[in-house]
Design a protein. Structure first.
Length: 318
């Protein structure tokens, strides 16, 4: 039996699972989602928040990273559906196969389309990771190595093994994976290359999660570099991020007075309306490149995704 595959738990009674070394470092929510296939993500989070899921007999949170030897209490849950809502017919995923930029025995690099969430939930039955699992049904441990906002397109890294996931997470934490984005922002950029070090904190106005620059927030760094100006109205920038906070580029861009085009949450309404008139229908933010060296080897990887046609057309029109 493959020891890297989590042992399924019974849904009819409380189950206790001792975390082995292979699953050490995995987030609690991802661990539970793998255990409770077919149970909606929202329900799994409710189980955690309500304290029905316990780690070492105590409450925990979804972001907790499991340690070898931890004991996870999984409560009984009813089957939500008889089928697997995260599984779709492989023959319906030809478009996704064409999005694969690179693949080896450790990871897949996907050119994620805008509009596709990285995972299902919040009313979405299918996300990127569910689709890739359907495309590669023989792989039981596919996990997201990082995330992109739903309306952000471009390079997305997915681990094929638990050991690869741990390595990639470590590289992200250490800032050893270089991530560069292309963003169209409001205004005539005159600052050449600008490093922004502005801590970010999460707020929830009206129950809707939002980030803002705040002194007590988490360290966050982005570097903006001019690529091209467009008539004083907009500028195309390349953005290299040193940290991967939620909405980081969007908040930092707004903070320095150059919000990202079509950003409904942090952007400029009037600028967004002008961009809509030239055909922009989604956030102008694209994960352009990923590059990293694999630890303890001489392997170097670099992947790129060209600017999608819909965004190219907007640049042509302005």
């Amino acid at each position: 039996m493959d020891q890297s595959v989590p042992t399924p738990v019974s849904r009819a009674a409380v189950a206790y699972h001792e975390v082995d070394q292979d699953h050490a470092g995995q987030r609690l929510d991802n661990f539970l989602l793998a255990q409770l296939k077919g149970v909606p993500r929202s329900h799994v989070y409710r189980l955690i928040r309500s304290g029905q899921v316990r780690v070492n007999k105590g409450r925990s949170n979804a972001r907790y990273r499991l340690k070898a030897g931890d004991t996870v209490r999984v409560p009984p849950v009813r089957d939500i559906r008889s089928d697997d809502p995260g599984r779709v017919p492989a023959e319906g995923l030809d478009w996704l196969e064409r999005c694969v930029i690179a693949e080896n025995d450790r990871f897949v690099v996907l050119d994620k389309p805008a509009g596709l969430a990285v995972h299902g939930g919040s009313g979405l039955s299918l996300g990127c990771i569910e689709a890739v699992r359907s495309l590669r049904p023989g792989l039981k441990t596919l996990e997201l190595a990082h995330r992109l906002d739903r309306m952000t397109s471009g390079c997305l890294l997915i681990a094929k093994r638990r050991s690869a996931l741990r390595t990639l997470h470590a590289l992200f934490r250490q800032g050893r994976i270089e991530k560069r984005y292309l963003a169209l922002v409001a205004g005539d950029w005159q600052q050449g290359t600008l490093a922004v070090d502005a801590p970010l904190a999460r707020v929830a106005p009206g129950g809707r999660a939002k980030m803002r620059v705040e002194a007590g927030g988490k360290e966050s760094s982005s570097e903006f570099r001019l690529v091209e100006r467009y008539g004083g109205e907009a500028s195309l920038l390349e953005v290299k991020i040193g940290t991967g906070r939620t909405h980081q580029i969007r908040v930092h861009a707004a903070h320095i007075g150059h919000p990202v085009a079509a950003d409904e949450r942090y952007g400029d309404d009037e600028f967004n309306r002008r961009m809509e008139r030239v055909g922009l229908r989604r956030l102008f933010l694209h994960a352009h490149t990923l590059a990293f060296d694999w630890p303890d080897s001489d392997e170097s990887f670099s992947f790129s995704s060209p600017l999608p046609e819909d965004l190219k057309r907007v640049l042509d029109r302005i």
